[in-house]
Design a protein around this ligand. Structure first.
Ligand SMILES: Nc1ncnc2c1ncn2[C@@H]1O[C@H](COP(=O)(O)OP(=O)(O)O)[C@@H](O)[C@H]1O
Ligand SMILES: [Mg+2]
Length: 393
């Protein structure tokens, strides 16, 4: 691929798939992506968490002749082992206790399209055998059936594990490994391509600023230098979160090295304890001026995560409704920020609630509330009018 094609490809991938980068390493991955996308070849994408395996898989499907047919993503690590096979291959009525009707599996549903097997390293050995057969012959049977079904499905698999090592440990079938490894696309960790950091910062900062109605005023050179020294164990995902936090807190104001120093260490917190960050932010709020922007941003992130979880639970509940009945909570505290309706996701709504919360906290003192919210009293006044909160004046 010559340089011109590459730069056209880079523009396309950024615009359509949000893939950003110009470093030799990412360009190499993008060249591979462009070469392999239009084919029917099975692709194995590897890379640490947050390096872009999902976005690359989506781009491969989107740039293939199969783009009009569905791409179904299956997280092999998230579906319970006992359900995975019936999810992938479907089942006949009566195939197992509770299989009260026939059901098509993902491979049938994705016929003509792509199945993206994410976290393939987690797939149980038994399922791996069946998958190998589909890869080799395009054939499989539904659970409880002997009738062979043929489908035309392209497979993209991804993992952050070292599959060769898994093979040596006896956890991954060697034959399947070779089959998948035919085209291997490795995504480099962010610390190996620090020259892409300025571009990524610019890309995400501009996007967030637009979303919150601010203007992004740039970042200092020494702040970029700090980012380029960080190890980024969470890769682009971690960088994106940091940039979103900084731009949200500063409302687009120029990012300095001090800002980076202040918030960078937060990303060293292991994932499961993220909630503690919110907790400690709230505690600090007791003692010092409220760092509401941080609380706000964390809440928005939690809200998105909760909503994704709720979606997953609802989908799962629908799928296993025939086995048992799951009652999802329908009642909720009206002040709960984690809304169920799409309406509850409106920034305006969140802003309104924050304002109300701040005024309550400071017993209606507009001056203190405005200071805590990081806006002028005039702006607060205007927003109160805008949101019809005059009764709070
Ligand atoms: N090259 C890239 N350019 C821009 N954003 C990226 C890039 N790679 C990953 N991202 C972003 O980083 C986050 C994690 O990417 P994802 O594809 O989910 O990673 P993985 O599946 O490898 O964990 C997403 O928000 C994604 O949009
Ligand atoms: Mg992923």
């Amino acid at each position: 691929m010559n340089g011109e094609t590459t730069s056209a490809a880079l523009r396309l991938l950024q615009l359509r798939y949000g893939i950003v980068g110009e470093s030799p390493l990412i360009k190499e991955a993008i060249e591979q992506l462009m070469q392999v996308a239009p084919t029917d070849l099975t692709v194995l994408i590897t890379g640490e968490t947050g390096t872009g395996k999902d976005v690359f898989a989506r781009a491969i499907h989107g740039l293939s002749p199969r783009r009009k047919a569905p791409m179904i993503s299956v997280n092999c690590g998230a579906i319970p082992e006992t359900l995975l096979e019936s999810e992938l291959f479907g089942h006949e009525k009566g195939a197992f206790t509770g299989a009260v009707e026939q059901r098509k599996g993902f491979f049938e549903v994705a016929n003509g399209g792509t199945v993206f097997l994410d976290e393939i390293g987690e797939m149980p050995i038994g399922t791996q055998v069946k998958l190998l057969r589909v890869l080799e012959t395009g054939e499989f049977t539904r659970l409880g059936s002997t009738q062979v079904i043929r489908v035309d499905v392209r497979i993209i698999a991804a993992t952050n594990r070292d599959l060769a090592y898994e093979v040596r440990q006896g956890r991954f079938r060697e034959d399947l490994y070779y089959r998948l490894n035919a085209v291997h696309l490795h995504l480099p960790p962010l610390r190996k391509r620090p020259e892409d950091i300025p571009l990524l910062v610019e890309y995400y900062a501009t996007k967030v600023a637009e979303r919150i109605g601010a203007t992004y005023e740039g970042i200092d050179g020494d702040a970029i230098a700090l980012l380029q020294q960080h190890s980024w164990r969470g890769n682009v995902r971690e960088l994106r979160n940091l940039v979103e936090t900084l731009v949200t807190i500063g409302h687009g104001r120029r990012i300095t090295a001090d800002d980076v120093r202040r918030y960078l260490h937060r990303d060293d917190v292991p994932e499961p304890t993220k909630a503690l960050v919110l907790h400690s932010a709230a505690q600090r709020a007791e003692a010092q001026p409220l760092d509401l922007a941080l609380v706000y941003h964390t809440l928005l992130q939690l809200q998105a995560e909760v909503s994704a979880m709720r979606g997953a639970i609802t989908a799962l509940a629908e799928r296993i409704a025939q086995w048992s009945t799951i009652v999802l909570p329908t009642q909720r505290d009206p002040d709960d920020v984690f809304g169920r309706d799409p309406e509850d996701f409106r920034l305006e709504d969140m802003e309104r609630r924050l304002i109300v919360a701040a005024l309550k906290r400071f017993n209606g003192s507009r001056r203190s509330a405005a200071r805590a919210l990081g806006i002028s009293e005039r702006t607060l006044y205007r927003k109160l009018q805008e949101y019809n909160l005059n009764e709070m004046l």
